[in-house]
Design a protein around this ligand. Structure first.
Ligand SMILES: C[S@@+](CC[C@H](N)C(=O)[O-])C[C@H]1O[C@@H](n2cnc3c(N)ncnc32)[C@H](O)[C@@H]1O
Length: 255
């Protein structure tokens, strides 16, 4: 029948959409990724079949094809199938490929957008991705591709854009990211914030500058925010818009 590509948001179940919650409570089959928070899996109806297709680093390269097969198979035996993905299904979630594969197999597809970690991560640390006087736009890129060896992203252009740069999947590539942006002309004192496990009990924010970024150890999953807004914590009780001192570490905060 229909496969619903559903965004689970960044982690906190309160950040699910109403439609996502309704579908989780009604689904016959839920096929989920590794990054979906256990508190969200707890919302699935007890009778539903739950399939974990989370790819592990170094896992088989045909994993995506096997996920397509699992989804097509589920759609043949169940009325309501939920394909649950962290954040938004169409932001680095391979949701587009899955939608195409399902349509090719003659399966109906519906999409339920989710709150992407690209915005919720910074927000959880008090960082607005745009702000008058700081950034009039933001750009979201993957850090998965090696910025030094890779050919797909123009890091020189990104260094010159002047908008907030948000990097997903970049926790293990901070040295290369910093190297490419500095080589592209971005100022060494540009603030950088890394928000790990945003909106979960493990949330942690690290603050530094571009030139010091390579000395930080960042635990995945993490969102990197690069630009002047990364020096702000607009929810800090000490004062709205206060510039955070460089190279500080903020432990999980209540907001
Ligand atoms: C495969 S991408 C999926 C992104 C997802 N579709 C989204 O919209 O948030 C996985 C990356 O998202 C980021 N991410 C997802 N959840 C996160 C969280 N709770 N805190 C920090 N980063 C997160 C990390 O950069 C992680 O490596």
């Amino acid at each position: 029948m229909t496969v619903h590509l559903v965004g689970a948001g960044p982690g906190d179940p309160d950040l699910l959409t109403v439609r996502a919650l309704k579908l989780l409570e009604a689904a016959d089959v839920v096929v989920h990724d590794r990054l979906v928070d256990p508190r969200i899996l707890d919302l699935i109806a007890p009778w539903a079949e739950v399939i974990d297709v989370g790819k592990r680093p170094g896992g088989p390269t045909d994993a995506q094809d096997r996920i397509h097969d699992v989804l097509v198979g589920a759609s043949r035996r169940a009325d309501t199938v939920v394909r649950l993905k962290g954040g938004d299904p169409f932001v680095f979630g391979r949701g587009g490929e899955e939608a195409e594969a399902l349509r090719r197999a003659g399966v109906q597809v519906a999409v339920v957008p989710g709150i992407t970690s690209a915005i919720a991560g910074p927000a959880a640390a008090g960082i607005p991705v745009t702000m008058r006087g700081h950034a009039s736009g933001f750009t979201v890129v993957t850090g998965h591709e090696d910025p030094v060896a890779g050919r797909h992203l123009d890091w020189d252009a990104l260094a010159r854009l002047g908008t907030t740069l948000i990097v997903l999947m970049g926790a293990s590539r901070t040295a290369a990211i910093a190297e490419r942006l500095l080589a592209g002309g971005m100022a060494p004192d540009t603030p950088v914030a890394s928000i790990e496990s945003a909106t979960t009990s493990a949330q942690r924010t690290l603050r530094t500058t571009l030139s010091e970024l390579d000395s930080q150890i960042i635990n995945a999953p993490a969102v990197l925010v690069i630009g002047t807004v990364a020096g702000l914590d607009v929810m800090d009780e000490a004062g709205l818009g206060r510039l955070v001192a460089d190279a500080t570490v903020n432990e999980p905060s209540p907001h």
